[in-house]
Design a protein around this ligand. Structure first.
Ligand code: APR
Length: 244
C-alpha cells in the first residue's frame, strides 16, 4: 500500500506496569524495586565506579529473576503484538523496560530506551554484545581484553537514554499515543505525551494504567485497571473502530 494512504502511526510507551502481571516488580509501587534497594547504590555510573561488585551483583540477580520459571509475556504484551500485526499503519513500542517480554510476545518494532536485558557494554572500548553470563570485576572484554570494565548495557540515572532521535521521529508522526504501565515520573519518557500534543495537535493520547498518574491531565483519554484487563479490549476496539 502506498505510504501516503497508510493510516497514521501508533506510538506505545510502556513501563514496568505492563510486566507486573508477568511477575516482574515495578519500581515505585508499594514493594517496588526502589523501595527495596537504593537506586543511588546500584543504578548510577557513580555507583558503578564506587562499588562495581555491588552493581554487578544487583544486575546479575535481576537478570536471573527475569529468567525464573513463569516469567512470560502476559495478555497485554500479546495484545500489543496483535496490534502491530493487524493494524495497517506503523506501530512502534517505546519501552522503558529492559525485559524482552514484548519481543517474546511477537512485537518486532521495539525501542528499548533504557537498554535491554542480555546485553553487555565494555566501558573501555564501548563494544556492546549479547551475553547471559554473570558479570564480575574479573570479567574480560572479548574485544579489547580489558578486565573489570564490563557493565550491563542498561541506561542508568543521569545517562542519556538510547534511540532518542528515532523515538522523537516516531512521536512526531503518530496519530495515536498510548502510555501503558508507567508512572510518568522519569524524563524524557514522561514528557513524550506533551511532545506529541505540541507537534501533533490532532493526535489522540491515552493513559492506560493501574491508577491515575501525575501526568493524567495531559492525556485525552484514560483507562484504569490491570494491563491484562484493559489493554486487550482497548486494542480490539481500535482495530475494529479506530480511536476517535
Ligand atoms: N497494570 C497496569 N499498570 C500497573 C500495574 C498493572 N498490573 N501494576 C502497576 N502499574 C503501574 C503503576 O500504577 C505505576 O504507575 O505501573 C506504573 C509503574 O511505575 P514505575 O514503577 O515508576 O515504573 P516506570 O514508570 O516504568 O519507571 C520508569 O524509572 O526507575 C526507572 O529505568 C527505570 O524504566 C524505569 C523508569
Amino acid at each position: 500500500m502506498h505510504q501516503d494512504f497508510l493510516p497514521p502511526g501508533i506510538a506505545v510507551l510502556t513501563g514496568a506496569g505492563i510486566s507486573k502481571e508477568s511477575g516482574i516488580d515495578t519500581f515505585r509501587d508499594e514493594g517496588g524495586l526502589w523501595t527495596q534497594v537504593d537506586l543511588e547504590e546500584v543504578a548510577t555510573l557513580e555507583a558503578w565506579f564506587r562499588n562495581k561488585k555491588k552493581v554487578l551483583d544487583f544486575y546479575n540477580d535481576t537478570r536471573r529473576s527475569f529468567r525464573a520459571a513463569g516469567i512470560v509475556p502476559n495478555a497485554a504484551h500479546e495484545a500489543l503484538a496483535r496490534l502491530e500485526h493487524d493494524y495497517e499503519g506503523e506501530v512502534t513500542i517505546i519501552t522503558q523496560n529492559i525485559d524482552l517480554l514484548h519481543e517474546q510476545a511477537g512485537s518486532r518494532r521495539v525501542l528499548h530506551m533504557h537498554g535491554r536485558d542480555g546485553e553487555v557494554r565494555c566501558m573501555a572500548c564501548e563494544t556492546v554484545f549479547a551475553s547471559d553470563d554473570d558479570l564480575t570485576v574479573q570479567s574480560v572484554c572479548p574485544n579489547c581484553q580489558a578486565i573489570g570494565e564490563l557493565r550491563p548495557n542498561i541506561v542508568w540515572f543521569g545517562e542519556m537514554p538510547l534511540h532518542l532521535e528515532e523515538i522523537y521521529e516516531v512521536l512526531e508522526r503518530c496519530g495515536l499515543f498510548l502510555a501503558i504501565g508507567t508512572s510518568g515520573e522519569v524524563y524524557p519518557a514522561a514528557g513524550f505525551v506533551l511532545h506529541v500534543r505540541r507537534r501533533q495537535p490532532r493526535a489522540h493520547t491515552v493513559e492506560l494504567n493501574l491508577e491515575p498518574t501525575g501526568n493524567k491531565n495531559l492525556f485525552h483519554e484514560h483507562l484504569y485497571g490491570p494491563a491484562t484487563e484493559i489493554v486487550p479490549p482497548y486494542v480490539a476496539r481500535i482495530l475494529k473502530h479506530g480511536w476517535r
